[in-house]
Every structure is written in C-alpha cells, then in structure tokens.
Design a protein around this ligand. Structure first.
Ligand SMILES: [Zn+2]
Length: 239
C-alpha cells in the first residue's frame, strides 16, 4: 500500500457506511513492516470513536471490508499459504491435499489468471494453440471506444492486476485495483514489488515454477481487498 495513494484515495470505514451511512475516515494506526512510502504490514483504524474498527494491511494489501473477521476466517489459508516453497514441494502438498482442496483450488485459480495475465512476457513460452493476454486485448478494445477521461481509475475485480497495470500506463492516472481474492492480489503485489510473476503452472501442467520478467509501468498502481459493491472512497487530487 502506497502511503501517497492511501492519502489520495481517502478510504472510509465500510462498517460505518453500512450501519448509518456515515463517512468515517480510515487512518494508519500501526506499521509493523514498511518504510516512508510503503506500508507492507500494519493496521488501519476507523476514526469514529464509537466504531474504531481495525482493518489489517497484509503483504502490502489493505483489507477494507465491512466484516473483516468473516473475510479473514474464510481466506485464512490464502493469506497464510507460503509461496517460497520449491515447485516440487508445492506439487506434493497439492497431491496430498486432493483436487478439491482449498490449497489446490488456490493454485488452479492462480495458474489460470496468472497465465493469461503474465505468460506473454515470457519469451520462452510457446504453445501453438493458445495465446495469453486475452484480458489485456479486451481492455485495449474497450478503451479505444472511450472518448477519453480524467481522474483516478477504479479497477473493480482486478484479479492478479494485469488490467491495473495497463490502466495506469494508458491513462497516466492513479489506479486502485479492488478484488476479494487475497491470493490474486498477492500475485499483483508481487509483480509490483519484484517485477516478476511467479505462480503455479497447474493449468498448463508445467513442472516448473515460472519467473517472468515483465515490462509494465509500475508507478501508479495500488490494490485493496474489498467488495466492488461496497467500496467507498473520497478522492483528493494531489493529496
Ligand atoms: Zn467505522
């Protein structure tokens, strides 16, 4: 989470908004990991004294939803699953946990979305009957139909963030990617921080972990875990 984007987008408490339609600003209460420009792990607080709801920031992703406990309880494994294990070890865990397990479902989703979003940046990738990058091509077609626009951009349901990168590069505006899947946002955040995308190759039956250099503009993007239908913010240009 970029501090500058947090100030600019000005997120408000979705719990207060849902309860009495009030606008209660969120503040950065604690930073456990980060620096002057980034918050990688910490806590946001609702500024309303009668609410004081806490919203965690994990792996640079603020979780801003009305029911934080529900999201944390349903996505505990997504949030805590290690990504540093060797692909062979991940495969053994996947085999042992079964096709329908949450662990394998997460791997399959990341494989499908990661492949379409980032595999085209892998020069070694060759598969004659399929071509990654469908989402980027759809986005390009859609943007060509617009007369132009200005101001910040919300990327609702941004998944692994390819569209967020493209929107930032093409509009020159700050872009906020929103999705409820923490695992997908982790991949987006990984690309932002490292310039590389690493994800399981379950769908294509890859036996190796993929490290893909990418060439995307990465100065205008930020992500949050939240519901597209419940998100509220107060944008302040230049904040
Ligand atoms: Zn609140």
């Amino acid at each position: 989470m970029r501090r500058s984007h947090f100030e600019a987008f000005g997120p408000i408490c979705p719990r207060c908004r849902a309860q009495d339609d009030s606008f209660s600003k969120l503040t950065i209460a604690e930073v456990f990991k980060g620096n002057r420009s980034l918050v990688l792990e910490g806590v946001l607080h609702c500024s309303d004294a009668s609410c004081q709801q806490e919203f965690p920031v994990i792996d640079g992703i603020p979780i801003i939803v009305p029911d934080v406990r529900l999201l944390l309880s349903t996505q505990t494994q997504q949030i805590t699953t290690r990504s540093d294990l060797h692909h062979a070890t991940q495969g053994m865990l996947g085999d042992a946990s079964g096709d329908a397990s949450e662990y394998n479902t997460r791997r399959q989703h990341l494989s499908i979305y990661g492949w379409d979003a980032y595999a085209e940046f892998d020069h070694a990738y060759e598969e004659p009957d399929t071509q990654p990058g469908a989402l980027a091509r759809c986005l390009e077609t859609g943007l060509e139909l617009l007369d132009g626009f200005e101001g910040p951009v919300l990327d609702l349901g941004c998944a692994v963030g390819r569209s967020t990168f493209e929107l930032g590069a093409r509009t020159g505006e700050p872009v906020l990617g929103i999705d409820l899947s923490f695992a997908m946002l982790q991949l987006a955040q990984q690309v932002l921080q490292t310039g590389r995308a690493s994800f399981p190759g379950v769908r294509q039956a890859w036996s190796t972990k993929r490290w893909i250099l990418q060439r995307l503009s990465m100065t205008r993007q930020t992500w949050t875990s939240g519901s597209a239908m419940r998100w509220r913010y107060r944008y302040r240009p230049g904040a």
